[in-house]
Design a binder for this molecule. Structure first.
Ligand code: NIG
Ligand code: FE
Length: 412
């Protein structure tokens, strides 16, 4: 039985299932005076109401008045750290008084403080936190999100985070794609290289055995994991069936982007310090440059990833929130798009494609989600706006009027 969404002022979407590069990133399909028909959780028709075929028309049983809303694809947030406990608002306040993120980390705060809180939380509590964050995400238009571990930093607590994500899929309004980031940091109690061996020999095999993660990630950074360690961990994950992704060139240039490309990683993320050779390596690869401008903004840095250079070189660019309690406490993909446009000089069209189809590609889901097209899953955001330009033009507010995932309303 089918649902008809009528009275839309506009439908704006990237097209197809292939990732967009270069000028194609800004090529949206815009339907005016059109309707959407959803059947069995998928888009069944997009176009003029009078063009709906008779057999489909015969199955229409429900009618939804969009009251002039603009429809865009559900946002795909392909980089978050949502299974965490506790907040770090007092560290944030210290940063506002002039202390830096690194100084706070060196004094025992930072990732280590979230590790303490996350270890102390039960799996049920973490599951509740994931669902609560997913509800907030849905209210802001996200229908699919990656969710990673990385605040457990021992076997049991990494597994606990990943099991919490699995348990949350039952009630989460947002589709959750799990990833293991045991290599987020070294455990505060033992910063020796033995941790790398434990990840490779114990944690990743266990994660694979319990089928708890689709992807595997490493934070390659000065003072954290070296390129060699990152390479070894990601290869071990890949052997166990987990596709690599990488926190790369975030706080310094470690040539992480080139390493990610050489491993055929699904994405290289952050990239605030990427070099020209790193840009060329990503452009020549299928590895998505996943940009997280809310992190630069929240860390009060002037340094944003070179989005224009990446796009012009031909890299596949996506956008995500990096939602985490330390460096980007937001669930809003609208905010990520606004910062991408106003700070990284992406166009609104580029931002929308990066926040939908290209993110879906990096999660290996672009055949199913990321655009409003017949056959894809009916993940859709109805915006209280006459056209898609308002996504950035009308900034700092929540434009979402309603959100559907798989054809069901998940937020309104
Ligand atoms: O993506 N790069 C490291 N990890 C996070 C920050 C995590 C935290 O501060 O808790 C990031 O920015
Ligand atoms: Fe991150």
């Amino acid at each position: 039985m089918a649902l008809l969404i009528r009275n839309l002022s506009q439908i704006a979407t990237p097209a197809g299932s292939a990732p967009k590069r270069g000028k194609k990133l800004r090529e949206l399909v815009v339907h005016e005076q059109s309707v959407i028909v959803i059947r069995d959780g998928r888009f069944a028709f997009i176009g003029r109401e009078s063009d709906i075929g008779d057999s489909l028309r015969a199955t229409l049983i429900e009618d939804f008045d969009a009251r002039g809303a603009t429809a865009v694809p559900g946002f795909v947030d392909s980089h978050t750290h949502i299974p965490f406990a506790g907040f770090r608002e007092s560290e944030f306040n210290r940063r506002l008084q002039g202390e830096t993120y690194s100084e706070i980390a060196a004094s025992g705060g930072g990732i280590a403080s979230t590790v303490r809180a996350t270890r102390a939380a039960s799996e049920e509590e973490l599951c509740g936190n994931v669902v609560a964050r997913a509800r907030m995400m849905a209210r802001y238009g996200t229908t699919t999100t990656e969710a990673k571990s990385g605040y457990g930093l021992n076997l049991e607590d990494e597994l606990k985070q990943l099991r919490a994500i699995r348990a949350a899929t039952e009630t989460s309004p947002v589709r959750l794609i799990p990833m293991c980031l045991a290599a987020h940091e070294f455990p505060p109690e033992d910063r020796s290289a033995a941790w790398v061996e434990r990840i490779i020999d114990e944690i990743l095999p266990r994660v694979a055995e319990e089928k708890l993660a689709v992807f595997c990630d490493v934070f390659v950074e000065k003072g954290v994991f070296t390129r060699e360690q990152g390479d070894a961990i990601l290869r071990a994950g890949a052997r166990l069936g987990m596709t690599p992704r990488m926190h790369a060139d975030e706080l310094s240039d470690t040539d992480g982007a080139s390493l990610a490309a050489s491993l055929d990683a699904a994405s290289a993320d952050h990239l605030m310090h990427i070099s020209d050779s790193g840009i060329a390596a990503l452009a020549a690869s299928n590895t998505v440059a996943n940009l997280l401008p809310a992190t630069s903004f929240f860390l009060m840095s002037d340094r944003y990833a070179p989005a224009r250079k990446l796009i012009e070189a031909g890299a596949i660019v996506s956008l995500s929130t990096d939602c985490n309690p330390g460096s980007s406490m937001t669930e809003s993909m609208q905010t990520a798009m606004q910062l991408a446009t106003l700070q990284m000089k992406m166009t609104v069209e580029e931002s929308l494609t990066a926040a939908t189809l290209n993110g879906a590609h990096s999660l290996r889901m672009a055949n199913e989600i990321g655009s409003i097209e017949v056959g894809k899953r009916a993940d859709i955001v109805l915006l209280d706006a006459p056209n898609y330009l308002h996504l950035v033009y009308h900034f700092g507010v929540n434009l979402v009027r309603a959100v559907m995932r798989d054809g069901q309303f998940v937020a309104a």
